[in-house]
Write a protein that binds this ligand. Structure first.
Ligand code: ZN
Length: 288
């Protein structure tokens, strides 16, 4: 049985107080979404999807939290009900630990597409299965943010609002921030319609540069590059280019050595798939 893997940003390992990672598809206990035979490797579904057993999701989440807290006092996971908008919430430690940010079943209470905190012991999560997860860290103020940017959220400038929220709440200066654009659907796979192009070109001066037309004459397809869209938005918010990492793995087509999908892909699996969690937090003082 393979254990789950998390994708980390190489340059962030030097922050001993920081916990972060982008989850992948395999290595959990879920028996749906292409899991092997019982007793073999299951999938690492971290979302409350209708096909999966909530007990499996709970166990996958417990394992994630155990890894993140390195088995000691633990951290508290905070998720958000994502709505493809631009609302960002600040998470306070007492709210998180009092359990006010989740239902008794473990579902998110807050609605929005971004979470920020400077509270040690809180692990923020953005869920995804193609949408772009963006993690942001302020090493100076030890504050973090997790954002969810599908095409609608990207057009609504969710990461720009996220950087602004960190400035407002923690005094973060954009030039101090580091950001990572995580595994998500790439321009290799993300075919979109005219409404997406219209929205982006109306919203961004560089909007046209995000689109490519591919395919045969007479049957062209338009693709959009959401990694670049979010990278440009972060630069526009004041981050410097060398502080923005694009992981560059496509959830639609990345496969492992055995040819198995590395990620859940809503688009490629017609909506019947699991969810990754993309997490970031400040460790408790005793665990830094
Ligand atoms: Zn792809």
């Amino acid at each position: 049985m393979t254990e789950f893997a998390l994708v980390a940003v190489p340059g962030w390992r030097k922050f001993s107080w920081l916990r972060h990672g982008f989850s992948r598809r395999m290595g959990g206990v879920s028996t749906v979404y292409g899991a092997g035979e019982p007793g073999e490797t299951g999938t690492f579904n971290l979302g409350w999807t209708k096909e999966d057993d909530p007990g499996s999701v709970r166990e996958n989440r417990r394992r994630l939290m155990e890894r993140m807290s390195q088995g000691t006092k633990g951290m508290r996971l905070v998720t958000v009900r994502q709505v493809h908008g631009r609302v960002v919430h600040r998470v306070l430690v007492e709210e998180a630990w009092a359990g006010r940010l989740e239902t008794p079943e473990g579902h998110a209470v807050l609605e929005g597409d971004g979470l920020v905190t400077d509270a040690p012991g809180v692990l923020l999560a953005s869920g995804s299965a193609d949408c772009v997860p963006v993690l942001v860290v302020d090493p100076e103020r030890r504050a973090v943010g997790a954002f969810h940017a599908g095409w609608r959220g990207t057009a609504a400038r969710i990461v720009e609002h996220g950087v602004a929220a960190m400035a407002r709440e923690f005094g973060s200066r954009p030039e101090d921030l580091l950001a990572a654009v995580g595994p998500s659907i790439g321009a290799c796979c993300y075919t979109v319609g005219e409404e997406v192009r219209e929205r982006f070109t109306a919203e961004f001066g560089y909007g046209e540069e995000l689109f490519r037309t591919v395919g045969a004459v007479g049957a062209p397809q338009m693709r959009v590059d959401l990694w670049e869209a979010n990278r440009r938005q972060l630069l526009g918010a004041g981050l410097s280019a060398e502080r923005v990492t694009v992981v560059g793995e496509c959830t639609g087509c990345s496969r492992d050595e055995q040819g198995e999908r590395r990620y859940f892909s809503h688009r490629m699996e017609a909506g019947r798939t699991g969810r990754m969690l993309n997490v970031i937090g400040v460790a408790l003082p005793g665990e830094q």
